[in-house]
Design a protein around this ligand. Sequence first.
Ligand SMILES: Nc1ncnc2c1ncn2[C@@H]1O[C@H](COP(=O)(O)OP(=O)(O)O)[C@@H](O)[C@H]1O
Ligand SMILES: [Mg+2]
Length: 283
Amino acid sequence: MEIVMSNSMVETASQIERRVMPDKTLGQIVVDNPRVSARNVDVFYGDKHAIDDISLDIGASQVISFIGPSGCGKSTFLRCLNRMNDTIDKCRVEGEINIDGRNIYDPLIDVVSLRARVGMVFQKANPFPKSIFDNIAYGPTIHGLASSKVELEQIVETSLQRAGLWEEVKDRLDQPGTGLSGGQQQRLCIARTIAVSPEVILMDEPCSALDPIATAKVEELIHELREQYTIVIVTHSMQQAARVSDRTAYFHLGKLVEVGDTKQVFTNPKHELTQDYITGRFG
Ligand SMILES: Nc1ncnc2c1ncn2[C@@H]1O[C@H](COP(=O)(O)OP(=O)(O)O)[C@@H](O)[C@H]1O
Ligand SMILES: [Mg+2]
């Protein structure tokens, strides 16, 4: 028997394309001046396929937000960018990730210096149990970035200034970093990341443990750092993504559904899954 549908019930091809998971990421994955270029990245935790064939460029002086429901793979993909997944048992990464034209999964890459070039800031601020000064001085010291005490002091001061923390801590550099407020500790961790002159800064929900005032300070800081660094930020706050990022990438069940200019993604998403997420239908 033939099923006859009225015209209004027939979905157009483009409606169907919007509803199902796309085979290919919608939007421009390629940028003109990429600092990071990921191609066909898959990540497995044992049998679990956590990242499914993601390709994405990230521009040199650009802030990109990763958004999507929890468990969709944002942190996993972020950790691919400085090989932090190497530290997780049973985790296997496939595909290619180039940073400044070099494959970071090349066995000849020195992972310690990679993680200085691609620094990471976590959801929960994690200062070392050391003084404020030593929190910042530690990285430059182990990477041999300062040839004298004066130079080291200069790096510490500059890093704290860039992180907008210098005025608040300059008179108590010898006190423990863990004694600072939550927002100050997060800016201390950002200063610590900056101190080793990274090219890329990865931030995994850096404000989710902070109050609105501390969040505003970190966002202001991201705004100032954008000219000098490539910044990737995972956030649950769509307002935050809209405020701080040039591009936004929407993840869903391990796939990169859509990427585009932040304004376009929020005002005119190409995929229905993106639309449902940003309008709060799920998340
Ligand atoms: N260390 C791990 N071991 C096993 N599975 C993991 C691990 N980390 C994440 N996963 C799984 O991978 C998927 C993606 O997780 P994650 O990257 O943390 O998502 P998100 O950051 O978007 O919330 C989830 O199904 C999660 O359960
Ligand atoms: Mg996460």
